[in-house]
Ligand binder design. Structure first.
Ligand SMILES: Cc1cc2nc3c(=O)[nH]c(=O)nc-3n(C[C@H](O)[C@H](O)[C@H](O)COP(=O)(O)O)c2cc1C
Length: 412
């Protein structure tokens, strides 16, 4: 590949007061390491600080639950009480010390929970979702018999909606107090915000269901509510319009209309960025195929379908566009060079690799190494915090094409 451009290394003014040193973003990656009552530990801080030291432009934290949750992810972080602030401050301080910028990813899992998981069961708190439509997905390895997601989600009342908006703004306020530079709203993966967007999980008959406008109402109301804490320019939203992770595939025409409206409104409201995640990733590293009758057209490309709504920009909008999912360095350079995106998210390449950005430099400066950097080793991906030696190293591939190439092991 050319060694001339290096678009990934160009700085980006994300907001007038937030300068990113380059266009490489570490996507949100659940690490299952918050073994101290779902609070980050020094190990969490080291994980993020090494990536900041390596020089990544923006770090999105692992998904952080805004309140109690009934997910099957052990040792995942929460941020809803004052006592959660100091441990997160330890993380943001460590990142800032290395010149990094870090956003907190706020997560409500919606119908993708099980009421028998300890946090919900002990508090007798329901699995709240837009409608009482169970997800045909999930497998709870922490529960006997490995049941799926709840069979009976509780359809949210208007009071619940207000309660959850409050939980989000409280969590965002705590994130601010903890020193995060901004927030990303997780709106994919069959989780709450996603659940509102599509008729597959939302059959409400009030103003939060039915029409495209109504199904986008909760996400947009939420984003607006969050501007009481962070300016819109420091709020991003992560969406995956065509994905079928969980149980989310909806008719293509509905999906297109819904996401077109959502994106147009976000751009009009000048939110910081939209992350277009081309697909979701399951634990086995594979993407879920869409069901019969909902197949995407041959050559369907999320970026081609929706990117222009952001990059074409209504005049005056500063909203930026990020893309992720199996983006190699060469493709990222191409997309940036053609002006199709503003920055690029990389997930798996960062998991086990504390020098991922340095790896990119290898690619830039050594044509023999090719154009795609990828990290993939199952054992290193979902790691229980108690198995402290796992997840510390990975196999890093340098290759011109996905899935092939030479690899070597590197330690954190
Ligand atoms: C182990 C693992 C954990 C992840 N955790 C999250 C998460 O907490 N929040 C989120 O939005 N995406 C999460 N993702 C998805 C990534 O952010 C990213 O969208 C996905 O891996 C595709 O990018 P990639 O091909 O560069 O890995 C996770 C992915 C993996 C592999």
């Amino acid at each position: 590949m050319s060694t001339q451009a290096h678009h990934l290394l160009q700085p980006l003014l994300l907001t007038p007061s937030l300068h990113l040193r380059n266009r490489i973003v570490m996507s949100s990656l659940t690490r299952n390491r918050c073994i101290d009552a779902n609070k980050p530990t020094p190990k969490t801080a080291t994980h993020y600080a090494t990536r900041a030291k390596d020089g990544v432009g923006l770090i999105i934290s692992e998904g952080i639950f805004i309140y109690l949750n009934g997910c099957d992810y052990e040792h995942t972080p929460v941020l809803y009480k004052e006592e959660h602030v100091a441990p997160w401050k330890m993380v943001t301080d460590a990142v800032h010390k290395e010149g990094g910028v870090i956003f907190a990813q706020l997560w409500h899992p919606g119908r993708s929970q099980n009421e028998n998981m300890p946090m919900l069961r002990d508090a007798n708190y329901p699995v709240l979702a837009p409608s009482a439509i169970p997800s045909e997905s999930g497998s709870y390895h922490l529960l006997d018999g490995k049941p799926p997601h709840t069979r009976s989600p509780t359809a949210m009342t208007k009071t619940h909606i207000q309660e959850i908006l409050k939980q989000y703004t409280t969590s965002a306020s705590l994130a601010k107090a903890a020193g995060f530079d901004g927030i990303e709203v997780l709106a994919q993966g069959d989780f709450l915000v996603h659940n509102f967007l599509l008729s597959r999980s939302n059959n409400r008959s009030d103003e939060f269901g039915g029409s495209t406008k109504n199904r986008t109402r909760f996400p947009l109301t939420l984003l607006e509510a969050l501007t009481s804490v962070f300016p819109a320019s420091r709020i991003g939203i992560k969406i995956s319009p065509s994905d079928n992770m969980g149980d989310t595939a909806s008719p293509v025409s509905e999906t297109t209309a819904t996401y077109t409206r959502l994106i147009e409104e976000c751009v009009a409201m000048n939110f910081g960025y939209i992350c277009l995640s081309r697909r979701g990733v399951m634990e086995d590293g594979k993407s879920v195929e869409r069901p019969e009758g909902m197949e995407l057209d041959e050559g369907y490309d999320v970026l081609e379908t929706f990117g222009g709504l952001v990059r074409g920009k209504k005049s005056g909008s500063e909203t930026k566009l990020m893309v992720n999912y199996e983006c190699g360095v060469e493709e990222a350079e191409g997309l940036l060079g053609e002006g199709k995106v503003d920055f690029v998210g990389f997930g798996r390449p960062f998991i086990c690799n504390p020098v991922c950005v340095l790896s990119f430099f290898f690619i830039f400066f050594s044509s023999s190494l090719g154009g795609f950097v990828y990290v993939w080793e199952r054992d290193c991906v979902f790691v229980s915090g108690r198995e402290k030696d796992k997840g510390e190293c990975g196999l890093i591939f340098f290759s011109p094409v996905r899935g092939e190439g030479t690899g070597f092991r590197i330690a954190c």
